[in-house]
Every structure is written in C-alpha cells, then in structure tokens.
Design a binder for this molecule. Structure first.
Ligand code: UDP
Ligand code: MG
Length: 309
C-alpha cells in the first residue's frame, strides 16, 4: 500500500527539510502497517531556494518528488496538481509550515483502517495566535456559508486531511478553474471523520495570506458554492418594486386630499441616489458571477509545470 503526502510550497525554503523530517518520524508506524511512502512537494513558483531544498532531499531519498510550477498559481492550484500527480492509495494534504502536525498521521490511518472511513479531516478548535479581527471574520464567513452553500463547510476546517484513492479521484475529476477546496471536499461527499486539534503556529517563515487575500478567497468560496447572492438580488428587486407601488398609491391619495405643494425634492434626490446604489450593487453581483463564467469558459489549464522529478 502506498501513501502519498502532498505538500504545496510557496517560499518555504526553511520548512522543507523540517516537514520531511516530521513525516519520516512516523516511519516505524508506516513499516509496521506495510505502508510505503512518497512525498510530493508542489513548488508553487517559489522565489527562494525551495526547489533547491527539495532537490537536496531527492538526492538522499528517492521517495521524495517535486513538481515545480512555471509561476505562482496559488495554493488551490498546488492542491489540485498535487492530488492529480499523487500515486498513493491514500493521500494526505498538508501545509509546509508544520501548522498541520504530521504526528497526527498514525491516528488518521487508524481511523481509516479501524473506523472504515474514506477520509479523515482535521479542524482546529482554537484560533490562538491569530489576530482577533481575522478570527471574527473567519467565524462570520463560516456562519454565512453554512446557511447559503449547498455543501457542508466546517468551521475551523483545515485543508489537512487523509483521503482514499476514490475520494482523490473524484476531487481531481472536478476541473473547475476557480477552486475552493474546502467546498469541494464537502461536495464530493464520502465518509469523513473529523479530528480536532489545538491551533499550531507556523514554525518558520511567514503567512502568504493577507486580510484582503482572505477576503477575496471567501467571496470565491461563496460564489463557487452558492447562488444565494443572485437570489437576494431578485428578492431586493421585487421588494423595491413593491415599495415603489405603495409609495405611488400613497402620493396620489395625499395629492388628492392635500393638494400639491411642490416640496419633497431633497427626499426625491435621496431616493434616486439610493436606488442607483442598489442597482449598481446588484449589477456588480451579476458581474462577479459573469466573470467566473468567463474564466471557466476560457478553459485555461489550472497550473503549468516547469519541472517534474
Ligand atoms: N501556499 C502555496 N501557494 C501560495 C500560497 C501558499 O502553495 O500562493 C502554501 C504555503 O507554502 C503553505 C500553505 O500553502 O504550505 C499554507 O500557506 P500559509 O501557511 O501561508 O497560510 P496560513 O496557514 O497562514 O493560512
Ligand atoms: Mg500556515
């Protein structure tokens, strides 16, 4: 039986060796369960010595593989490429920064072997070490998402998970360009066991996610797995049409009773600006979906490989 560890890396020169060592600390467990290992580093166009570090490992250990992108395509592309190129009967996805502790692997395998699960996923129960405001918005995102998305998305879920071959194949069969893995994992289904762990802070280097980057990513998640914003737009349209109708009736009645003093143009200006704003906002939402359709229709490759070892 073959186990593949897939590790997307972007500027992780300091972590490559560490994560390899941490995974290999489980070697005894792997041996006793007849599990062969391969480790696939997906270099997402790193600008530092990540590739050189991986090559060093390859020289000493043939079980290490490298897939290097021609430029930075983003973590989602790295995940996709890694899953597509992994050969294992079981595939684990983990970050290079050791925020996903490889020491959990034996426990995850136990759940698969003894619990009959197809997938063991992890979620962190705390967010200690993370900026408060980021945690707040993250929580809010998951709350909204759970309400409107057609797929199961778990608060605090990490991308760290061990999956069976069947599940990996089904994920790879989803070729969408704008990828939101947290949604895809839930969408494909399969029996999933959730393991909980305390948040671990990144060991070395720094995070690649800015607040703005995360915000855009969350919008992608919402648009990728829900059409609720479009429905809200329609409801808004109906609501304001109704409101306008009531206002017309009221104004006609008022004019008939009280005559027609020409006041009220400031309120008129407010209403026009307000409606203009709402309309632009709604057109914007439509545009966002349209832009996603545009990207899908272009059908560009999700990643481009420069080097494969
Ligand atoms: N990553 C990647 N491409 C990117 C950004 C990040 O492959 O464009 C990788 C990164 O090397 C790490 C993982 O994705 O292994 C998670 O990134 P990071 O630790 O910066 O995110 P955080 O844990 O702060 O959410
Ligand atoms: Mg991290």
């Amino acid at each position: 039986m073959l186990f593949s560890a897939v590790i997307p890396c972007y500027n992780e020169e300091e972590n490559v060796k560490d994560v390899y060592d941490e995974i290999m600390k489980n070697e005894e467990y792997f041996k006793s369960h007849d599990i062969d290992t391969e480790i696939l580093f997906v270099d997402d166009g790193s600008k530092d010595a990540t590739v050189a570090e991986v090559k060093k490992l390859i020289e000493s250990d043939k079980r290490v593989h490298l897939l290097s992108f021609s430029r930075n395509f983003g973590k989602e592309a790295g995940i996709f490429a890694g899953l597509e190129n992994a050969n294992g009967d079981y595939v684990a996805l983990m970050d290079a920064d050791l925020q996903d502790p490889p020491s959990l692997l034996p426990k995850m395998f136990d759940e698969i072997f003894n619990g009959g699960y197809d997938c063991v996923a992890t979620r962190r129960v705390s967010r200690k070490g993370e900026p408060k405001i980021r945690s707040f918005f993250a929580r809010m995102f998951y709350r909204i998402m759970r309400r409107i998305a057609k797929t199961d998305i778990v608060d605090g879920a990490r991308d760290y998970r061990l999956m069976s071959r069947a599940m990996v194949d089904s994920i790879v069969s989803m070729k969408e360009y704008t990828r939101f893995s947290k949604g895809i994992f839930g969408w494909v289904g399969f029996n999933t066991k959730w393991l909980e762990f305390e948040n671990v802070e990144r060991r070395k280097g720094e995070t690649k996610w800015s607040f703005w980057g995360l915000f855009k990513y969350s919008l992608e998640g919402i648009m990728g797995f829900s059409t609720a914003p479009l429905a809200i737009v329609s409801v808004l349209g109906l609501f304001f049409t109704f409101l306008a109708f009531v206002a017309i009736v009221l104004i006609i009645i008022r004019t008939l009773i009280f005559g027609d003093p020409t006041n009220g143009w400031p309120s008129m200006a407010c209403i026009i600006i307000f409606m203009g704003g709402i309309q632009l906002f709604c057109v914007g939402i439509l545009g966002q979906y349209l832009s996603k359709v545009y990207m899908e229709v272009k059908n560009r490759p999700i990643y481009i490989v420069k080097e494969k070892i």
